[in-house]
Design a protein around this ligand. Structure first.
Ligand code: NAD
Ligand code: TYD
Length: 366
């Protein structure tokens, strides 16, 4: 049986990946996670009793802990999801982004390299290290054009800068040490178990609770949305067929302004839980979820538009997204309605839905 190490597997995409990988592959799967505010065993409840699954509570920057994990489990694959991921938090406090995303990736790479060097030649050849990156490393687009794998890295937020830096280390470990690495750059994900600080889950949970739905700036910033399960399928494809040393862009060809996304969430909620039957809205005298939308001051350094050209992974590896935004959003809204307890538990004392990421703007005003 082959073994895969999934770092950051207690977070949003990592936990979806772990569930799908165990459904589709006969792998032993080891999650390594530091369990920050964004990571929880709750996200892994569906696989908790699978005998092929094990969990290690550790920081990927901890090389000794990573080496111990490699010596114990002898993986064929490492997929690195572990990261600090929220742009707004990276504006308020960039340091933890350097620690997790840059030093963390470096610690994991070093432990991987030492382990990989000790493998016999055939296992050394088939080993893969897949770095999960983001389209945000490419910066911002104007009204036209797409990010391709040849696009220049031009990160604008501390989050994007830390992910770009990690990607450069991964690339360097391939070029210098011949470590068999792959990098994937995906657009904005949505789906089950996403921490309710990101646009779609925050909008759903605020709307259900009858709270305001803040949209930054003029609401016309564009993101290219992909259902998380499509992303996970793409990653399985890259692991099995990707060309070592390559980078693959992943996207859903699904551009939407933020205002369109929030309006669509409101429309789906109206169908499945009409505002007039939601006491949180009737108490406020709101007749529809859309009444909760407000425009708020913009995010500092807010990237205007992301759009992914995913021709390479489609043509060379035969992957294509399957879930339309309409289908994926319906499933997601339903999931959050049915899992309100999860939202409360994962937010706990960590986050109450307040606006994050304005510290830079406030400092500039002083
Ligand atoms: P998330 O914030 O939901 O989960 C991150 C997980 O990493 C958490 O479980 C956290 O506990 C863990 N973690 C953080 N620092 C760690 C450390 N030092 N050591 C071990 N574990 C640590 O994030 P997500 O949305 O699931 O994103 C996963 C990966 O995908 C990230 O690398 C992110 O940059 C990338 N990505 C995300 C999106 C998106 O839209 N969410 C899009 C493209 C790429
Ligand atoms: P987010 O989910 O934070 O992802 P990212 O910044 O990584 O793209 O934000 C998605 C878009 O939604 C982004 O343009 C910022 C915007 N946004 C809002 O307008 N309101 C919000 O409350 C949040 C969290 C984000």
């Amino acid at each position: 049986m082959q073994t895969i190490i999934v770092t950051g597997g207690a977070g949003f995409i990592g936990s979806n990946f772990a569930r799908i990988a165990l459904r589709k592959k006969d792998w032993r799967l080891i999650v390594i996670d530091k369990l920050t505010y964004a990571g929880s065993h709750l996200n892994l409840s569906e696989i908790a009793n699978d005998p092929r699954y094990s969990f290690i509570h550790a920081d990927i920057a901890d090389q000794a802990a990573m080496t111990e994990a490699f010596e114990r489990w002898h993986p064929e694959f490492v997929v690195n999801f572990a990261a600090e991921t929220h742009v707004d938090r990276s504006i308020d406090g960039p340091h933890s982004f350097l620690a997790a995303n840059v030093m963390g990736t470096f610690g994991l790479l070093e432990a991987t390299r030492r382990y990989w060097l000790g493998l016999e030649p055939s296992r050394r050849r088939s080993f893969r290290f897949l770095q999960i990156s983001t389209d945000e490393v490419y910066g911002s687009l104007g009204a036209t054009g797409f990010f391709s794998e040849e696009s220049r890295y031009a990160p604008n937020s501390p989050y994007a800068a830390s992910k770009a830096s990690a990607d450069h280390f991964v690339r360097a470990y391939h070029e210098t040490f011949r470590l068999p690495t792959l990098i994937s750059c995906c657009s904005n994900n949505y789906g089950f178990n996403q921490y309710p600080e990101k646009l779609i889950p925050l909008t759903i949970s605020n709307a259900i609770a009858g709270k305001e739905l803040p949209i930054y700036g003029d609401g016309k910033n564009i993101r290219d949305w992909l259902f998380v399960e499509d992303h996970c399928e793409a990653l399985l494809t890259i692991l099995s067929r990707g060309e070592v040393g390559q980078r693959y862009n992943i996207g859903g060809r699904n551009e939407r302004t933020n205002l369109e996304v929030v309006t669509e969430v409101c429309a789906v909620l109206e169908e499945v839980f009409p505002a007039e039957s939601n006491p949180a809205l009737t108490a406020k005298g709101c007749k529809s979820y859309r009444d909760l939308i407000i425009l708020v001051p913009d995010r500092p350094g807010h990237d205007r538009r992301y759009a992914i050209d995913c021709t390479r992974i489609e043509r060379e590896l035969g992957w294509t997204s399957r879930i339309s935004f309409e289908m994926g959003l319906r499933a997601t809204v339903r999931w959050y309605l049915l899992n309100r307890g999860w939202c409360q538990a994962i937010q706990g004392e960590h986050y109450d839905g307040r606006r994050l990421g304005l510290s830079a703007a406030r400092a500039a005003e002083r």
